[in-house]
Design a protein around this ligand. Structure first.
Ligand code: AHR
Length: 514
């Protein structure tokens, strides 16, 4: 009887161990590299919305919060560590009601406006063009400015380009000099409106395409500053919008088309950022994985009209959108950020890397205090979110060669639904180091991954990083800011050109191979 009991316990535990593990094989075709993962896929977005700019970035020169010319030092230091390649500003929907001339000159003389999209608050324009360019210089990042098409004019946008980038003598360069900036700046990336099918003017695709050409024509290249003009593109899989633009505008006027996609359960009922169960986690994953199909649909159209691949797909707004935190202004879009956000962030970035033949930029929405943020602030306090650590781990891919891969993933199943448990992208940097970024979305099972590296005889073990936590909804509260942080990871072995990695449940892993 006792022996039977022991046998039963043994069988149950073996089943349990078996059920907790799963395996996947990935083939890396190192000798077939063709595309480069643009560093701009790791771009950021900062809008005049809630506490993104005011409080998150700008505290003003007289603030007790340590700052340099009004810009928070703690935020700049944290962002410098992840080498952000570009920063989109001033919106979003705000861009199509922003008049840049209101944001230059002495701050106490700048006119105020109502931020009608975001909480109806008064915008005092204290953070304007010069402050934004100072922020970019402090961060060492490239500015990406979005012009006003919805309520602005061709003349207004054309003058903004002239103000920022013209080196000779002109009314706009004179004004810039009077405002304290002698030398022009370099500003390559310009967005021509934002979501012009919606908050940016409720236009038809045809009307926007014609208007795009007017705006883009008068945004000029001055001196050595070559513009990269980006059209306001479709949402999700709106292929009509993309087709209309691609058919009507050529690559001499349009170097990029944007696409937006938010991971949202239901626009009328988005769900809590922190209080969710496994079923809801699963729904978020399904919505997140769907972006790959949307991207591929848009790429098919771009390939048809631009077979030489001159126009980039710029996913300049993406991320998780949940309900605002209880008690906060609904117009400020402030949400907490958990391990779930880190996992979907890593899945998205792997998808963008794997589509980098056409995807040339992506900007998570948004950098600070709005939607899926990298940083949250509360007065003088600052926390780095789980999403921040994904950017820290993935910076190895910036401008690296994408290594094509073939793999089969075990499935993560819940009820009658399933998604692949493993999500991955791989690159080779200019020093020949290979970096593998893996996500195991399954919250219950460790996965053993075997990588077979074709095209090299032998690799050796480099460093590794891991991001996980005890629960899928673990996060970094202000009172305990280091609950979810990345750590060193060495649970992998190398044998010739074979690499075995044990990827913990609900985790993101980065492996370096020499
Ligand atoms: O990121 C928040 C908003 O979402 C942006 O302003 C807009 O472009 C999008 O609808």
């Amino acid at each position: 009887m006792k022996a039977n009991k022991i046998l039963l316990v043994f069988i149950i535990s073996m089943n349990f161990i078996f059920a907790q593990k799963s395996a996947s094989t990935i083939i890396l075709n190192v000798d077939e590299c063709k595309d480069t993962i643009s560093r701009h896929i790791y771009g950021q977005f900062s809008e005049h919305l809630g506490h993104c700019i005011y409080g998150g970035i700008w505290v003003g020169e007289d603030s007790p919060i340590p700052n340099t010319r009004g810009i928070r030092n703690d935020v700049v230091a944290a962002l410098k560590k992840i080498n952000i390649p570009n920063l989109r500003w001033p919106g979003g929907c705000f861009a199509d009601e922003y008049h840049w001339m209101d944001g230059i000159g002495p701050r106490d003389k700048r006119p105020k406006m109502i931020n009608t999209h975001w909480g109806g608050v008064v915008e005092d324009n204290s953070f304007g063009t010069h402050e934004f360019m100072d922020l970019c210089e402090q961060l060492g990042t490239e500015p990406y400015i979005c012009g006003n098409v919805g309520s602005g004019s061709v003349d207004e946008m054309s003058k903004w380009v002239e103000y920022l980038t013209f080196d000779g003598e002109s009314p706009m360069s004179k004004l810039r000099k009077e405002n304290g900036r002698e030398k022009p700046w370099k500003v390559k990336f310009w967005g021509v409106g934002n979501e012009n099918w919606g908050c940016g003017g409720n236009m038809t695709a045809e009307f926007y395409a014609d208007n795009y050409k007017r705006y883009a024509t008068y945004c000029r290249n001055y001196g050595g500053n070559r513009l990269f003009r980006i059209a306001g593109g479709p949402y999700e899989d709106d292929t009509h919008w993309m087709e209309t633009l691609m058919k009507n505008v050529n690559s001499s006027l349009m170097q990029g088309v944007s696409m937006h996609y938010y991971t949202v359960r239901d626009w009328g009922n988005k769900g809590s950022a922190t209080d969710f169960d496994e079923s809801e986690y699963f729904t978020t994953l399904q919505k997140c994985f769907a972006i790959d199909n949307h991207i591929k649909k848009q790429i098919t159209i771009m390939d048809k009209y631009d077979p030489k691949n001159r126009i980039g797909l710029m996913i300049d707004e993406w991320g998780n959108w949940f309900d605002v935190e209880p008690g906060t202004n609904p117009g400020f879009l402030f949400q907490q950020n958990t391990l779930r956000d880190a996992i979907t962030c890593a899945v998205n970035l792997n998808i963008f890397n794997n589509n980098s033949g056409r995807v040339k930029m992506a900007n998570i929405a948004q950098m600070i205090n709005v939607l899926q943020s990298l940083i949250l602030t509360d007065g003088s306090k600052m926390v780095l979110t789980p999403t921040y650590y994904v950017y820290e781990m993935f910076k190895v891919h910036h401008d690296a060669a994408l290594i094509p891969i073939n793999y089969e993933s075990p499935m993560y199943q819940l009820d009658d639904r399933s998604v692949p448990s493993v999500n991955v992208s791989v690159s080779k940097d200019r020093n020949g180091k290979i970096h593998i970024t893996l996500v195991n979305v399954d919250p219950n099972k460790e996965i053993e991954v075997e990588c077979n590296i074709k095209g090299v005889n032998k690799v050796s073990k480099g460093s590794g990083r891991l991001l996980t936590a005890s629960k899928i909804n673990s996060y970094n509260p202000f009172e305990n800011p280091n609950s979810v942080v990345s750590s060193d990871f060495s649970n992998y072995n190398v044998n010739g050109n074979l690499v075995g990695i044990k990827v913990p449940s609900k985790s993101v892993v980065m492996i370096e191979l020499n």
